[in-house]
Ligand binder design. Structure first.
Ligand SMILES: *Cc1c(COP(=O)(O)O)cnc(C)c1O
Length: 378
């Protein structure tokens, strides 16, 4: 029988299922005690004083952009090699994403290119920890401080990673995480924004609840009906049964990240002698959470063939990402064009993401590596 190996997949066990069922039998399905419990555990796991649970990674980014005070006429610098949501969050608030380059060997935001794109209108930098490797936060912090910019981390790939021993979640002014099933832990859909500043955290809390200053449960305990809508917010709340799944999943994060790192080493070993492809470079002083394992083909002209061959063999290879400035929406609304970002566009042509998730066996990894090596030379 042909195997089917997807590029990413969740790990759910009986303790997860029981945790969700306990909430379904309780009084609070949403905005109950489970939300604060998940936020508290997440604070400890990421060493970040404030955490606000929301309904998706995209909502987490949108909330961060809002909390940073970004609005019409502002510019936000974001790498083009990312998921569209990293840039869309700025557009939701009426700001303009200014796309920047990544470094060709790590695919992480290039701080020198960020510095070149700063104008009078620049308000924030969105740094994407591509594939699970933290960006150069020393350089980014220095640039942000020098120009009074807000540093936002899109850490949807990097839960469990660290920079200079400091966990992701505590490195930027605001950090966004996703709990989509392909990410490190899942709540079905879900996300979290972390920060150190208590004013920012109040803005995040208000934003996820229509811009209203108190939540339903707080009013119930205080015996009041009055509330005040201070600003335009959204319903970006995460349910209690999703939070229960999150707490249960988070307790196994450490082992899952270690397994992802082992899988990456096994791929690295298999590809070590090959001239036809290379894994991305691992930068110094960081621990890499390996949301993705990305290879770069020496001959980008071979990518379609390698992709098709792997798909035929039941291996779910993928491409992360089509540079955001090449999407029709951005070309139409912001006038971006092919050729704007030569480093990013050329890197994009040759990349391929291979299966990466804790449930992969060593045998699966060896099979994928063997198929890749055969496909690049056939
Ligand atoms: C997954 C992801 C998002 C969006 O997360 P959702 O939970 O799917 O909304 C944003 N940015 C990056 C880099 C992602 O990988």
């Amino acid at each position: 029988m042909l195997r089917h190996i997807p590029y990413g997949r969740q790990t759910i066990d009986e303790t997860d299922i029981e945790a969700v069922c306990r909430v379904l039998r309780s009084d609070w399905l949403t905005t109950g005690p489970g939300v604060a419990e998940f936020e508290g555990q997440f604070s400890r796991a990421t060493s970040s004083p404030h955490t606000v649970a929301v309904s998706s990674g995209t909502a987490a980014l949108h909330a961060a952009i809002y909390a940073a005070g970004i609005s019409h006429g502002d510019e936000v610098i974001v790498p083009a090699l990312t998921f569209a949501a990293s840039a869309n969050a700025a557009v939701y608030q009426g700001a303009k994403p200014v796309f920047c380059e990544v470094s060709a060997d790590t695919l992480l935001i290039d701080p020198a290119d960020v510095a070149r794109r700063i104008t009078q209108r620049t308000k924030a930098i969105v740094a994407v920890d591509y594939a699970g490797q933290p960006c150069d936060y020393t350089a980014l912090r220095e640039i942000a401080d020098r120009h009074a910019l807000v540093l936002i981390a899109d850490a949807c790939h990097s839960l469990g990673a660290a920079y200079n021993g400091q966990p992701v979640g505590s490195l930027a002014d605001l950090t966004a995480f996703s709990f989509h099933p392909v990410k490190h832990i899942t709540t079905g859909e879900g996300g979290m924004t972390t920060c150190a500043d208590s004013d920012l955290s109040l803005r995040l809390r208000r934003f996820r609840n229509h811009g209203i200053d108190t939540d339903h449960r707080t009013r119930a305990t205080k015996g009041t009906w009055f509330y005040s809508m201070e600003d335009l917010g959204y319903n970006y709340r995460l349910t209690d049964f999703q939070c229960a799944l999150g707490v249960s999943q988070l307790s196994r994060l450490g082992g899952w990240v270690r397994r992802r790192q082992e899988i990456a080493e096994r791929y690295d070993g298999a590809f070590a002698g090959s001239a036809a492809l290379s894994p991305l470079r691992k930068a110094e002083n960081r621990s890499h959470a390996f949301h993705l394992y990305v290879i770069s083909l020496a001959d980008p002209g071979r990518r379609a063939h390698v992709f098709d061959t792997l798909r035929t063999l039941g291996i779910g290879a993928n491409v992360h990402y089509i540079p955001v400035h090449l999407h029709p929406f951005y070309q139409r609304e912001f006038g971006t064009r092919s050729g704007d970002l030569p480093v990013t566009e050329s890197a994009y042509e040759g990349i391929l993401s291979l299966p990466m998730y804790p449930g992969l066996s060593d045998e699966d990894v060896d099979y994928v590596a063997e198929c890749v090596l055969r496909a690049v030379s056939s």
